[in-house]
Every structure is written in C-alpha cells, then in structure tokens.
Ligand binder design. Structure first.
Ligand SMILES: [Zn+2]
Ligand SMILES: [Zn+2]
Length: 260
C-alpha cells in the first residue's frame, strides 16, 4: 500500500490537504474554490469525483469555502463534529451537504484510512486536528491552534509525517500594521502558532519515525518562508535532531507530494 499526502493549499486564503491510498482518497478541509480544488487534485492525477470524503477541522471560511458545492456536486460525504456542523449549517451556501457526525476523540474508518479527531485550542466552536492512519503509516494534521497542548503533543508522537501550523514570526506580527486586537487574537492561546512555537512542538514530537514535516498556514504579511524554515531547522539542529525533512506549503500552489 502507498500512502500519499499533499497540501493542496495552505494559508488564510484557503486550506486543503489531500490524503490517499490506492483505494481511499480524502480531503481535510475544502478552503479552495471547487475549480481550484479540482485543478490542484488534477496535478496528482486524482479527480474530484474519486474523493471518498471530506473531513473538516473547523468552520472558518478558509477551511470550508467550497465544502457545500463540492459535496453537493459530487455526492461526497462530509465528516465533522456537532459543533462544527452547527456552525457551518448557518451558512446558506452549505445546505444540502451529506453529513457524517463524529465525536471528537473517537476514531472512525473511511475505506482503508482510520481517522482520529482530537481537540485543539482555536477560536471556533469545536476545532480539531486529525491523525490519519493506514497500515503502519501515521500522519498528523494540525493547521490552526493557538498553543501546543499536552494532548496535541501526545497525539502527534510517532508520526511518519506531520503538517503543523507555523503561522507568524513573532517580531513581524508585533511590527505589523494590524490593529492591536487582531494581533492579540492571532498571538493568543486560541489563535495561531508562531514559528517559534511550531519549532518547539516539532522538536518535541520528533522520533525515529518522523521523516517529513510540512509548515502550514504561513501568514502572508507576518511571516517569511525563510524565517519559518530557519526557526525550525535551527531548533532541530540545536537539539541534535537530524533526518527530518522540513517542507513548505503554499497558498498559490500544491506542496511536494510525500509517498510512504
Ligand atoms: Zn481558523
Ligand atoms: Zn485557518
């Protein structure tokens, strides 16, 4: 079996992750337009009609923009917890979705993938991160979190690949033109993870299995790709950790495809 994972888009303009084996293909979040989702999947030789399910992390628009249209047009079931479902259903563009409700903390199967949703701190109703397993392979996906809790660190242990938010550089955020209240929200415990916090989290979850980390949800004006990579690689080097490939994700194009 081959386990494929690719970040189709990441950042405040849209988030979408593809995870697939030979027989099961899912998306985590649907923050791109339907057309763009289809085009980026096409680069992986996957058709939207082949997607078996979409799992949603939370109701913010950069994670759900085309959820309604993709689910309706292709009959794709959407998996979410009750808090996220209730928040999404208030949006009229999201009517007609075929929902599957899960309980945060309880795993469920989609084809040959096992999905384990877990709670993360973020300013939405019931936000989750996901562990996705297939055979011996374990992937961790946490894109919006204000802080790395003990639960998050526990869940991300022993991953082969992880997608982790590295939203902002703390200095760039402080110096930015954004209103004080927004800066407080982003830096707060229910906001977004800084490069420094991401680097600490990654060094804590690194084990013999972890080969690839994707840095996700980079802010366009309060971060810089080189700063984000440097923060993480410097922290790993300081702790004598080697063998972890740190990769970027993008808003305008897909990331590298990792096959395990
Ligand atoms: Zn969010
Ligand atoms: Zn987001």
């Amino acid at each position: 079996m081959t386990f494929n994972i690719c970040v189709l888009a990441s950042g405040s303009s849209g988030n979408c992750v593809y995870v697939g084996t030979e027989t099961t293909r899912i998306l985590i979040d649907a923050g791109l337009s339907g057309r763009e989702t289809s085009a980026r999947l096409g680069a992986l030789d996957v058709e939207l009609s082949e997607i078996n399910a979409i799992c949603v992390t939370h109701e913010h628009s950069d994670h759900k923009a085309s959820l309604g249209i993709i689910s309706r047009n292709h009959g794709i079931p959407v998996y979410a917890n009750k808090g996220t479902l209730d928040a999404i259903e208030t949006d009229s563009r999201m009517h007609g979705i075929k929902w599957n409700i899960f309980t945060t903390g309880q795993s469920f199967d989609i084809g040959d993938l096992t999905i384990e949703p877990f709670s993360v701190p973020h300013d939405s109703y019931e936000p989750v991160g996901y562990i996705v397993r297939a055979g011996q392979v374990k992937a961790g996906i946490v894109t919006d979190m204000g802080m790395a809790t003990t639960l998050i660190r526990e869940r991300l242990k022993d991953c082969d690949v992880a997608i982790i938010e590295s939203n902002h550089d703390e200095e760039l955020l402080r110096a930015s033109e954004r209103p004080w209240s927004i800066k407080q929200r982003i830096a707060g415990r229910q906001g977004h993870l800084s490069n420094k916090q991401a680097a600490e989290l990654i060094s804590e979850i690194t084990g013999p299995k972890l080969k690839t980390v994707f840095l996700a949800h980079l802010s366009s004006d309060c971060n810089d790709q080189h700063l984000a990579i440097k923060e993480v690689t410097d922290t790993l080097k300081k702790q004598d950790i080697s063998g972890v490939d740190v990769k970027l994700t993008y808003s305008s194009r897909i990331s590298d495809l990792v096959s395990l």
